[in-house]
Ligand binder design. Structure first.
Ligand code: ATP
Length: 247
């Protein structure tokens, strides 16, 4: 299938605190309806790339100093996260970030706080519960007392409540047992296939990410060093040796 590019990052440089150059010319394209993986080790610049897209850099004293980012052909420069959400893009931050003192359901509803369509919100809550039955079981539990996997589900569910078109998912596998990682990636795949959601996901777990993604980019020290179809990257000897540990 031929795919429209939803998100286009063109040669961006990002600097923190006016001095620390972290992204040194990153370009990537996210096709509509695809799962795109952003791979690379610790500190390669994955999180920074996602934050540059979602408007979250400013709060970290980071700045895009070169290059452009556009969503559906419209520049996202100078837009804050709330404006990006309106455009259809939302980031699920690393570390899950649930409100610990709120219940699971209250957490989910915070994702819909700008919406005025009560019926739509109620329907979307049921939609989230259909993908994450575990969250329904835990809906009256205080989020702080739920497991890491449940909190990751809650963070994704909350993002879904804003009715996004594109989800930027930062390190969904972090700190989770392999079985849960499979489960969460399986749900991401279902959301992609059944709801048509587009994903850009940052992962250190190359193995799992390349099994679920369609295309991938590998970052090293703020540069894209490899890109291609996930199936091709999986077979690439360098990827096998350096990222899949199969030399
Ligand atoms: P990780 O998996 O550890 O999150 P990453 O690939 O997502 O890795 P980034 O978090 O984007 O990498 O970090 C890239 C580089 O930018 C690192 O060297 C990091 O120390 C630096 N960095 C990140 N955030 C800031 C900040 N707020 N101020 C200064 N430097 C930062």
């Amino acid at each position: 299938k031929t795919q429209e590019t939803l998100l286009e990052v063109n040669n961006i440089e990002v600097i923190y605190n006016h001095v620390i150059l972290v992204l040194k010319g990153v370009s990537l394209q996210v096709p509509k309806g695809g799962i795109t993986a952003l791979l690379g080790g610790n500190g390669a610049g994955k999180t920074t790339t996602l934050k540059a897209i979602s408007g979250l850099l400013a709060s970290e004293r980071g700045e895009v100093t070169k290059g452009t980012i556009s969503y559906k052909g419209e520049s996202t420069a100078a837009r804050d996260p709330a404006e990006l959400v309106k455009m259809g893009v939302i980031q699920v931050m690393e570390g899950r970030h649930c409100f610990e003192h709120l219940t699971v359901e209250e957490n989910l509803l915070t994702g819909a706080y700008t919406r005025r369509d009560a019926k739509g919100v109620a329907d979307d809550l049921e939609l989230v519960y259909s993908y994450f039955p575990r969250l329904k079981e835990r809906r009256t539990s205080q989020a702080g007392y739920t497991s890491g996997g449940e909190q990751q589900m809650c963070a994704i569910g909350r993002a879904l409540m804003s009715r996004p078109e594109t989800i930027l998912l930062d390190e969904p596998s972090m700190g989770l047992a392999p079985q849960l990682v499979e489960q969460i990636f399986g749900i991401v795949k279902d959301l992609n296939e059944k709801e048509g959601l587009t994903f850009l996901l940052a992962e250190q777990n190359t193995n799992v990410a390349l099994r679920f993604a369609h295309t991938g980019y590998i970052l090293e020290s703020g540069r894209v060093v490899m890109e291609g179809l996930a199936a091709d990257l999986r077979e690439n000897p360098d990827v096998k040796e350096f990222y899949l540990g199969m030399s």
